[in-house]
Design a protein around this ligand. Structure first.
Ligand code: FAD
Length: 443
């Protein structure tokens, strides 16, 4: 078989290596329009802040290394400019040589990811200090700008994962940071009362947190932001982190069926409407594990999982990707915020009946030093099915959410959380773990 992959990072690189492990004979060609393949997107904010000191640590694989190790034909600087489903070929432009050519395929995997949303804001074209963060060149530009200009204050527009991570890292650099978020809370995947704990922490670190206000215009060549309320924010640098949108133009132009917000529609075998054309990662629409509706969940776990499964499926292994739970975690200064499944907001919007409980157990035995409370919230249906969970605290938060995510995956009910036997010693937990406590409280 001759398999072509578009996109050489999370989903694409995973698919390529798995394809090779499953078959030594297939021809596998991976096109990446940028210079780098298989880099750690998730680490980018931490190199800007200096926690990850060495830039090379973010480059998980080099083109030469990965080509040789796995016997892959990896072509970086190579942008796929068109997909021809009937001819079963793609058009490619090599940006180093300006050469253009066609490459045929037996199977095609699209893993083009997502791009940062940049709305047409007045004044954006006059500013050279407004950035978004998606890849290594974006990170390099932000770092270089901070180094080469006298940056003392920065603004971040958007209080989602990337906005919050950038906030923390710019504070680490000693900058005065303004965080502007249109809704009344940061981190949309958790509910307001838990987000309030984050707001307090953000405040504590001296960040100017502006909720319920949006960016209206960029003024003075990027030195001032005008907000919807009329408020003006002086700034030396602005990061736009208001969300991502599927990179699906190629697919659309090829007649590949799109769904929600321009994401590629796939079936449980990750197939598009064309036989032999598959799509994975941030560019696809997925089914919400809890409520069954189509949704977009642009996270690294689904992209990696789908990358492995698509290789299995192409090799005739009976595998399916059914749904995404959206399990996620983020660090907000000393706090960890994690969630899985649906929030109360989502359940309300979809009019799904639910019960909700809150508990605040210690992360480990109170008599062992360092214990701290975790705010834990569990959402479950009237018949007990777990619909979602979220937690905020300084220690052991993601462990509890991961346990609940696992229980959900295997269909456990809320009261069954009481019966999960979990590891215990005083430095780590209590004989009744917080997850067990949720089960007892729900019962
Ligand atoms: P990507 O990994 O984005 O790869 C797509 C690649 O396709 C890109 O390199 C692009 O250049 C290439 N491409 C696009 N079009 C073409 C074309 N026409 N021809 C050739 N190549 C093309 N997720 C988490 O779960 N946890 C985190 O902590 C986390 N942190 C993140 C932090 C940042 C700053 C960013 C940007 C993302 C983060 N994510 C995180 C999200 C995660 O990185 C993505 O969900 C994941 O990378 C998606 O994989 P993908 O293969 O779909 O797309």
């Amino acid at each position: 078989k001759k398999i072509v992959i578009i996109g050489g990072v999370a989903g694409g690189a995973t698919a390529a290596t798995r394809l090779r492990r499953l078959s030594e004979n297939d021809e596998i060609i991976l096109f990446e329009k940028g210079e780098y393949i298989s880099f750690a997107n998730c680490g980018l904010p931490y190199h800007i802040g200096g926690t990850i000191k060495n830039r090379d640590d973010l480059l998980l694989q080099t083109v030469d290394g990965m080509s040789q190790q796995y016997g892959l034909d990896i072509r970086n600087f190579s942008e796929v400019t068109a997909i021809h489903p009937q001819k079963k070929s793609v058009s490619v432009t090599n940006h180093q040589t300006n050469e253009t050519y066609e490459e045929t395929f037996d199977q095609l995997i699209i893993s083009t990811g997502a791009k940062a949303i940049v709305p047409p804001i007045e004044g954006l074209d006059t500013a050279e200090n407004v950035f978004s963060l998606r890849n290594i060149p974006d990170m390099d530009h932000i770092k270089a700008y901070i180094k080469e200009h006298h940056v003392t204050q920065a603004s971040i527009v958007g209080g989602g994962f990337i906005g919050l991570e950038m906030m923390e890292n710019l504070v680490e650099l000693g900058l005065q940071v303004h965080l502007i978020e249109m809704s009344d809370q940061v981190m949309p995947n958790i509910d307001f009362e838990l987000a309030q704990i984050l707001h307090a922490q953000i405040d504590l670190h001296g960040v100017d947190l502006i909720l319920g206000d949006g960016l209206k215009a960029i003024q003075q060549q990027g030195r001032e932001l005008l907000l919807t309320s009329g408020k003006k924010i002086p700034t030396d640098l602005t990061i736009l982190a208001i969300g991502v949108t599927p990179e699906s133009t190629l697919a659309k132009e090829a007649g590949i069926e799109l769904g929600l917000r321009g994401a590629i529609k796939v079936d449980q075998k990750l197939r598009t409407n064309f036989p032999d054309i598959y799509a994975i990662g941030d560019v696809i629409e997925v089914t919400d594990f809890v409520n069954g509706t189509p949704t977009l969940i642009p996270l690294a776990w689904p992209a990696n999982r789908q990358g492995r499964l698509v290789a299995d499926i192409i090799n005739g292994i009976d595998a399916c990707y059914t749904a995404t739970q959206g399990t996620s975690v983020a660090k907000i200064f000393e706090l960890t915020a994690a969630s899985t499944g649906n929030s109360e907001k989502t359940l309300k919007r979809l009019e799904i009946p639910y019960h909700s409980i809150h508990i605040h157990p210690n992360s480990h035995a109170g008599y062992y030093p360092g214990a701290s409370p975790i705010a834990l919230k569990l959402l479950f249906s009237p018949d007990g099915k777990i619909l979602g969970a979220q937690g905020v605290g300084t220690d052991g938060v993601e462990k509890r959410i991961d346990v609940i995510s696992t229980a959900m995956k295997f269909g456990a009910t809320a009261d069954e959380l009481a019966g999960i036997e979990l590891a215990y010693a005083p430095p780590y937990s209590s004989a009744k773990d917080p997850v067990n406590m949720l089960g007892y409280t729900a019962d």
